[in-house]
Design a protein around this ligand. Sequence first.
Ligand SMILES: [Zn+2]
Length: 461
Amino acid sequence: MTTIPHSLFPGAVFPAVAQTQAAALLAVQFQLGQSERLPPADLRALQFRQIGALVAHIDRCVPHYGLSLRKAGLRPGQPITAEAWARVPILGRAQVQQAGAALHATELPRGHGQIGEATTSGTSGRPVRLRKTTLWQFYWQCFALRQEIWQRRDLSAAAMTIARDDALGPGEPTGRLRRLPDWGGPVALVYPTGPGLMQDYRAPVAELADTLAREQPAYLSTFPSLLLELLRSGVRPAGLRQVHTMGEALSDATRALCLERWGVPIADVYSSAEAGIIAAPCAEHGQYHVNAESVLLEVLHPDGSACAPGETGQVVLTPLHNFAMPLLRYAIDDMAEVGPPCRCGRTLPVLARIPGRARGMLVLASGERRFPYYGHNALMQVDAIVQHQVVQTGYDEVELRLVVKRPLTAAEEEPLRRAAMAALGPPFKVRLSYRDEIARGPGGKYAEFYSELSGAGAGVG
Ligand SMILES: [Zn+2]
């Protein structure tokens, strides 16, 4: 038995690795079951204690931060105060890219395991290169398991995943359906589960729809943009009980369409390569619970003050367990709306909505930014639309890119344009353009909206 290093809980133990990984996962679950109901002030104190350990580590062996933490008033070995913490500079994505190895710890505390590399994927322009440890990976699994426990899905049923399938052999057709004995991941390590199905997102949508109709899985996991294509494909999967989405911002319109066409709810998980599983949906009330034992999440106004429930601001993250590449107050370029305390009894911080990337904001000539409403519902009414992407191309111009099954009639085009112009408001003109496809990034994702005017990194990867 060895103590889990830098656990929020003193005396947490790893019962000697491999054969007992399941036991370690369950031991941490037991603790998480208690911490998720702690008074918020107690949880915050535990987070600051953990950040204290991280700050002492940074002071010893992460060159990038230099004297900035001491200047903010953080003294290694002394308790962190909220006032000093608010003075710690925000770390931007571009800074992380520039810092390179200066953000890498030159040594690791005992017990954090091996260092692995990863990169961010998805809708962002240039990827961020990351370092992680075995311990960090273990915590990722702990929070993946907690989310599963919260959802109380029927583990004996079949679950299908549509994502990038890295296990396909070289030369194997990307569309091949793989049959798996179980759901995989931490849940199958701990509990017996029903069969799993894995299909790569690069398979044609018609083929993915066929698989859904034929195999009738109870659960489907995929990205919101791909779910939308499936909803539009006309497939009506029998036996489906829930859709699980991740990887991109999920719009309210897609949620509504899923209920309307398939009659099933969506459980959406907020995660990122930089911070792991950041928040997971409450099974009772649908809003997101932040995994506060894994990440300190702040939602901030442009002036740096904290947002109150009902307010939307910039997400700033401090992952608590990555000692290989510590990110303090990392601005991930996402926006979120703070939610009121949840009635389920869990005291973890709440996010009501995660509208998505800050790049996904409309930029006005005044420099102001606002959420893009572009008549999403009108787009949903036209069944011939397979994919759409909305791009701000000028201070008064938005392009509506469409991939269609057949040419749209003028009677179909006009309401789309009108709805988009009404939703965007003046001075925006809307131009329709047709594409053969809207290319997805290397991880299979794409941004439904982006602005070409939002500065660096605006390209869609
Ligand atoms: Zn809840």
